[in-house]
Design a binder for this molecule. Sequence first.
Ligand code: SF4
Length: 440
Amino acid sequence: MSSSVEQPRIGMISLGCPKALVDSEIIITKLRAEGYIISPRYEDAELVVINTCGFIDSAVEESLDTIQEAMEANGKVIVTGCLGAKGNIVRENFPDVLAITGPHASDEVIAAIHQHLPPLHDPHQSLVPVQGIKLTPKHYAYLKISEGCNHRCSFCIIPSLRGDLVSRPIDQVLDDADRLVSAGVKELLVISQDTSAYGIDLKYKRFFWRQQSYQTRFIDLATALGQLGVWVRMHYVYPYPHVDKVIPLMAEGLILPYLDIPFQHASKKILKAMRRPAHAENTLQRIKQWRSICPEIVIRSTFIAGFPGESEQDFEELLETAQLDRVGCFPYSAVEGAKANQLPGSVDEELKQERVATLMALQASISANKLRRHIGNSMQILVDRVEPDAVIGRSYADAPEIDGVVEVPGNFENVSIGDFLDVVITESTEHDLIAKLSDE
Ligand code: SF4
């Protein structure tokens, strides 16, 4: 008898950043362990959970639209995530949603599901793969090391949504990483709100893992993850002096020579007004020093153009700093409740868009120049997709979904998603590389 017909079916929509995605994965893993079936369609589900984002206005809109859609198509909806923590906005718009929670509240979400759609107790259904249920493809996974943030950037409301920094003890993080690797994950993407602050709240507490003593600290985490034999990519790192210590690990090949550092601006005046972490550091000098230790290091960053008070000169400074490998730029968006909204000197909407376009056009030519230098080089890529006429992968320089790709034209029947391939770069574009197999 197929019991799947009788199992309660839940629809799950995950919006927002990788951190929200990890919350969704935790919820789905728990649901699957209890025998629920995750349904990809509203119509087939008996209840829908929506993990929302409430960071900027467009994300709020997207979340509200999604709730509306689910209410119309299904009618039984539980809302979780950042928008759920933003006052009464969800309740005011949708008085009939079943429950509303903030982010990082998987237990509350599960309790609400139990109330409205109780689980069937069938231990044979309680089979969950060792790595949990992941929403990312099987060959890469996000590893969340902490929640919340101790900073108070003036444009951001994450601390009021998610609270102060709470780090996960290093032995737990390493257990998770080890489980993911045992289950076939080839690339771990370390995420948090501030990866360089990892462990401060735990006073860098020491734990034993595999007979070794590690502090709950950024450098120990990088060292331990570097032993697992997979790609390890660090996101959301700030340029504090202690970050210097991980650069040699990159030079030795233990972790990927890639750092995602959300600078947000280059002008000291604007960084101060933004109240950015490490705004007093001499960042350009620091990057220069990193490149001298590990010349292949790739730095990705995001910037905000048109922050209140940004003058032409401040913007010029931003353009000068754009000599980074990977850059994203967004117009400043006034987030409800953010302190920056009270700052004088708001920049005209059109000018903001113009500045974003100018920065991105400059960055496209910088990126094209940097990528051109790879032509003729050998690289290792991790395969993300196998198409009839090409394999699409990424090198150490490309994080999934936000950076470029390496395309290997041809029909490769023996190649699978998650394989590592050795390639030689043959061509480049503004953001991507074209390659052939090394042994061709
Ligand atoms: S570092 Fe700043 S922008 Fe990032 S989460 Fe913390 S307060 Fe927000």
